[in-house]
Design a protein around this ligand. Structure first.
Ligand SMILES: [Zn+2]
Length: 189
């Protein structure tokens, strides 16, 4: 994910973090779509499914971030840059690096600040994004480990449209991240 450097520096506030996340997730979606196309072009069609699922998860985060920003009186805006796709292997490696950083440091910091400010809405959406980043990181790491097996056919990925949780199997009862019912899931191939 591309995070504007300025948003990590001074003037830390939950509203700024929400805006940074909105911009970051919007750019990530563009990158995932470009990476999906590249993966299809290179024959890694199952990896393309993963990238499409990641884009759908990002769409859920962007919608929820927008809602929370507006509720706080802010204006959600993103500067979506043209996404540059390298080789599929490099694209996967870049996504693993980014999603790992998101779930291990970036979102935990945002969550801690939102918690200290008593901002439950922000804390919830950051938790959604953190959980989704963790799942996606695992899915892409598995894909990278068996990259040659990712050629031909598609993968079915179940994505929660509320929180962006993504998994190769539909959870048994409800979404393990946001606890919404299974009818909130969409199937991405
Ligand atoms: Zn969910």
């Amino acid at each position: 994910m591309i995070w504007p450097a300025s948003t990590r520096a001074a003037d830390k506030s939950t509203l700024n973090n929400l805006l940074a996340a909105y911009d970051g997730e919007s750019n990530a979606q563009a990158r995932y779509r470009a990476f999906a196309k590249k993966a299809d072009d290179e024959g890694y069609t199952k990896v393309a499914s993963l990238f499409r699922a990641a884009a759908r998860a990002g769409e859920a985060h962007v919608a929820e971030l927008s809602r929370v920003v507006k509720k706080m009186g802010g204006v959600p805006k993103a500067e979506v840059k043209d996404a540059e796709a390298k080789s599929t292997k490099e694209n996967i490696e870049a996504v693993i690096k980014d999603t790992t950083r998101e779930c291990e440091s970036l979102y935990p910091e945002f969550i801690a600040l939102a918690h200290s400010e008593g901002n439950k809405d922000a804390k919830k959406v950051f938790n959604y994004a953190k959980a989704a980043a963790k799942e996606l990181s695992g899915l892409f790491a598995d894909g990278l480990a068996k990259l040659e097996g990712m050629k031909g056919g598609t993968l079915t990925v179940y994505v929660c449209t509320v929180c962006g949780f993504a998994a190769l199997e539909l959870p048994e009862e409800k979404c393990p991240s946001c606890f919404e019912p299974l009818n909130k899931f969409t199937k991405i191939v």
